[in-house]
Ligand binder design. Structure first.
Ligand code: FMN
Length: 314
């Protein structure tokens, strides 16, 4: 039986729905000795900014019982070096390339980055990272005891940024959402109204771990983003909630470790999935999931992965 794993994310055609999550796969070259990169549905780069960023001071990662805490702080070489040094390898791979971008300031930075990327034919899509919990830059608090807010914690800011970027690029646009909100559906709807082609969820969940003897946080910055199996039930729940409220495709992620956990996301409503933390544990996770999905569909006499999307029975 011919199995169809092809999906569409806006105008982006993917040979299969398995991609990598931003920041967990570098700029792909790091993984070339472990897997055949051409087999991936799409590659999402580490988030880049206009200027280079050193990232946060160490320690920046620590393990927790069922996940990883990280506060990398968007370390990246900046767009110029990305284009000079990282793109030559990426553009030759031959699978859709999704470049993740973030702003250290206002929406103008997103617009400048998108304008630059729009001119590069091998860039298939732009992912707006409006949900990184580890940079303190997006919206300045009005008083000193108010904390900084992420763009994706506010529907109006989300709308404005997506709308501004939509105005300067015809490439597929993906908006990455934060789980650190009361109602993720209102943010997803704002992004949809502003013209995003898809939403990606979830980014990491804010967490903290303490070194008891020292009475200090295990991560230098104090708080950090939690990823891995610990956040999977939150991510699946959010995909299901968003699926019921938007018409655009969802790229689901959060603790996907194997075929079974990937299937949870399709059933909840994801059109594609991304593997993050699992890449650090087993760099072949994506490839194993692609063949695992084929086997699952064949075993269950399902011809097309699309039949599974949102098939949850309540
Ligand atoms: C070390 C690390 C770095 C990350 N860097 C980024 C990043 O640069 N941009 C981004 O959008 N998400 C970043 N993320 C979040 C992941 O893309 C993903 O949304 C999250 O980890 C949940 O998926 P997972 O549980 O499979 O890792 C990072 C996650 C980790 C663990």
């Amino acid at each position: 039986m011919g199995i169809n794993l092809k999906v569409k994310i806006g105008k982006l055609q993917l040979n299969n729905p398995v991609m990598v999550a931003s920041g967990t796969f570098g700029y792909a070259e790091e993984f070339k000795d472990f897997i055949d990169l051409k087999k991936l549905g799409a590659i999402v780069t580490k988030t880049i900014t206009l200027k280079p960023r050193m990232g946060n001071p160490p320690p920046r990662t620590c393990e927790t019982p069922a996940g990883l805490l990280n506060s990398i702080g968007l370390e990246n070489p900046g767009i110029d070096k990305f284009i000079q040094e990282k793109l030559p390898f990426l553009r030759k791979i031959g699978v859709p390339l999704i470049v993740s971008i973030a702003s250290e300031g206002d929406s103008e930075e997103f617009v400048s980055l998108a304008r630059r990327l729009d001119k590069i034919p091998e860039v298939s899509a732009i992912e707006l990272n409006i949900s990184c919990p580890n940079i303190k830059s997006n919206q300045k608090p009005e008083t000193s005891n108010q904390s900084y807010k992420l763009i994706s914690q506010d529907p109006n800011s989300t709308y404005e940024v997506v709308k501004a970027v939509r105005g300067v690029t015809k490439k597929a646009l993906i908006t990455k959402l934060s789980p650190n909100v009361t109602d993720i559906t209102e943010i997803a709807q704002a992004a949809e109204a502003a013209g995003t082609d898809a939403v990606a969820l979830i980014n990491t969940l804010m967490g903290m771990s303490i070194e008891v003897k020292a009475g200090r946080p295990k991560i230098a910055m104090g708080t950090a983003g939690l990823s891995g199996p610990a956040i999977r039930p939150v991510a699946v729940r959010m995909v299901w909630e968003v699926y019921k409220k938007v018409k655009i495709p969802i790229i689901g992620m959060g603790g996907i470790m194997d075929t079974s956990s990937a299937l949870e996301f399709f059933i909840a409503g994801s059109s594609a999935i991304a593997v993050g933390t699992a890449n650090f544990i087993n760099p072949r996770t994506t490839i194993e999931i692609i063949s695992g999905l084929e086997k699952y569909l064949a075993r269950n006499k399902i011809k097309d992965i699309k039949e599974l999307i949102g098939s949850l029975k309540i």
